[in-house]
Design a protein around this ligand. Structure first.
Ligand code: MF3
Ligand code: CO
Length: 249
């Protein structure tokens, strides 16, 4: 698809319901994060929670062969960390990225959570990443250009002394988990596609403490920073409205 998908009121009602399941799933899984917990335990709970809602399916499982329900990316892992026997320890930061497919429509969201007490730099990175998402949400409305969102994310990252990861972007979604348009985490205001009313987008600042260069690990999924610097990720699915947006997740 090379144009925005526009949703009917009925579809929007389903997206709201799927988004609510996803929000509650992430809240629940985040509440289990503490030193000593295995990331696979978080994944099992996400799966159980989503499947306990009639009509809801985990959105990531099987997507291009992805083997889990949740992405759990720890410290220098930016995105797509596969849940495993890895045990979270005090001082780690872990992003919990999850998707729900409800009535054939996807929602997608992520939060980064501290494991016990974390270093001031990690705390600051998590705060800036949340602020970057909040700024992009404030800029999201019909008539805004995608570059307006990218620019505020980049500005917030840089003013914290951090770097947005250039090659990882937000995206349109709906019938597919990823579709038109890409929403880059850096760019120029006033450029890019114009957001229409009643489309949905996943905005996801992915911000690291180092130079922003990344690689894929041998597992074929996990993306890590090349310099070993920590990375944070916050994401919401947004419904675009005439004068603002509604956070669906
Ligand atoms: N939220 C992730 C993203 O937008 C989706 C993960 S795709 C999966 O990139 F394949 F890992 F599930
Ligand atoms: Co996404």
């Amino acid at each position: 698809m090379s144009d925005f998908q526009i949703f009917t009121e009925k579809e929007i009602a389903a997206l709201r319901e799927g988004g609510k399941i996803l929000r509650e799933c992430l809240q629940r899984v985040a509440g289990m994060v503490r030193p000593g917990v295995k990331t696979v335990t978080l994944d099992q709970e996400a799966q159980r929670f989503i499947l306990s809602h009639s009509g809801a399916l985990p959105g990531f499982k099987g997507y291009h062969g992805y083997p889990a329900n949740l992405c759990t990316s720890v410290n220098d892992e930016c995105v797509h960390g596969i849940p495993s026997e890895r045990i979270l320890k005090e001082g780690d930061i872990v992003s919990l990225d999850c998707g729900v497919l409800y009535h054939n429509l996807y929602t997608d969201a992520c939060i980064t959570v501290a494991v016990g007490n974390v270093a001031p730099q990690a705390r600051s990175l998590m705060e800036k990443t949340s602020q970057a998402l909040a700024s992009a949400i404030s800029a999201a409305r019909a008539g805004a250009k995608v570059g307006d969102l990218s620019a505020v994310i980049e500005e917030m990252a840089k003013n914290g002394g951090f770097t947005p990861v250039r090659f990882l972007t937000g995206h349109g979604l709906g019938s597919n988990l990823h579709q038109f348009p890409d929403i880059p985490n850096s760019g120029k205001a006033g450029t890019g596609p114009i957001l229409p009313v009643s489309t949905i987008i996943a905005v996801e600042p992915i911000i690291c403490a180092g130079n922003g260069s990344i690689s894929e690990k041998d597992d074929g999924w996990t993306i890590v920073t090349d310099d070993g610097s920590i990375c944070a990720h916050e994401e919401h699915t947004l419904l675009i409205l005439p004068t603002g947006c509604e956070i669906l997740t």
